[in-house]
Design a protein around this ligand. Sequence first.
Ligand code: SAH
Length: 457
Amino acid sequence: MLLTITTTHQPATDLGYLLYKHPAKIQEFDLAFGKAHIFYPEATENRTTVALLLDIDPIGLVRGKGNFSLGQYVNDRPYAASSFLSVAIAKVFRTALNGICKDRPELVDTPLPLTAKISVLPSRGGERLLHNLFEPLGYKMTTERHPLDPKFPQWGDSRYYTVTLEHTVTLSDLLAHLYVLIPVLDDEKHYYVGDAEVEKLLRHGEGWLNTHPEKEIITRRYLKYRRSLQRQALERLVDNIPDDETADAEEEQIEKPMNLHQQRLITVLSALKLSGVETIVDLGCGEGKLLKLLLKEKQFSQILGMDVSIRSLEIASDKINRLPERARQHISLIHGSLMYRDDRLTGFDAAAVIEVIEHLDPPRLSAFERVVFEFARPKTVIITTPNAEYNVKWESLPAGQFRHSDHRFEWTRAEFEAWANGICERFGYTVLFEPIGEVDPQVGAPSQLGVFQVKGA
Ligand code: SAH
């Protein structure tokens, strides 16, 4: 398994300083699963390439593992880039990965023209996944797919590629991207995946993973499908988005002329009052704006707020703590995610999901639907979401853009209604729609609301 990194930064031999590896030397490192060799196939002022060659010991890998199985000996581990390569990167390029360089500190944060070439990179998920993982990070990518056996072209292609990635990027970012994404592509991990891996993923994913469109796949595969770990990682990633509040402010600014959010909350409140419910869970309660309104109403005896963002929950909790004890005794806040079935959400008369669904990745909506309509299953569910048709009316919103940088989609009225009707069919609910805000004859109202009632309740 071979990784080369080339730079044309001038003088290109600076790469040696950044990696703490002298271009004139060939070095060898012992790793638990074999040896890593570092050498420079070329090292001139104009162009320097470092190579990391991993020599895996397939026999050593299985030694002491007991039962013999042919698969343990005859497999792709010696030559395919895998989590072994990540371990090697972390070991032999540790300082560079961590962005440390005593001799050339100014180079650490300097984006350099870099080309990484990985020979024999497996991609479970095909070429599309390769592109989806690297291109959002700015890499220009070329791939060459290897046939299963060049002597038998009729056998077709293998899942192995030689991949070249080009970008002007800091060396530590490039190494972090490779460190995380190679095991994701390989999708097999040779060591125990525990809490420490969440830390590694978050550390090396810092600054790019929380905005990566494939962060779900990346965390799922990196953590080897350990759902609880993935959940931890995703929740912390969401929390790490530093501009939560700025983003809220951004949305409010666009919608300001009507103070739409206030109207939305009042509409939701009156729908809840009308439906006669007493216990309510506010899913994705954010900073607790609806919670505060609910607390003022005697009708509601028990209120629960749930959100994935700790930061928002802290703000909500500060608001609630300022209220008199009498009001506070009816309410609690919990940290959780709408992506996962959660017993704490059962037993409520109603659920409010206000301006939340558009923050969920479309492929994950079906998980959300089951969490709310199948497992929590309150008699009444109120969902609001922007009406995309109305966006043409916001003067400050450029055409084609969403109202909020974290929105994954914005639906037209027909799209929202089709989705809601599908839910009713699948889970046994009925739904009524209401516009929120001033209704324009052509494009409708700025926001839309669906009130779902369980059938036969
Ligand atoms: N309902 C609030 C906040 C809307 S903003 C209001 O109307 O004021 C969207 C909220 O959804 C954010 O607080 C965000 O943290 C939360 N959210 C996003 N994804 C979530 C998930 N998977 N589970 C729970 N909450 C989520």
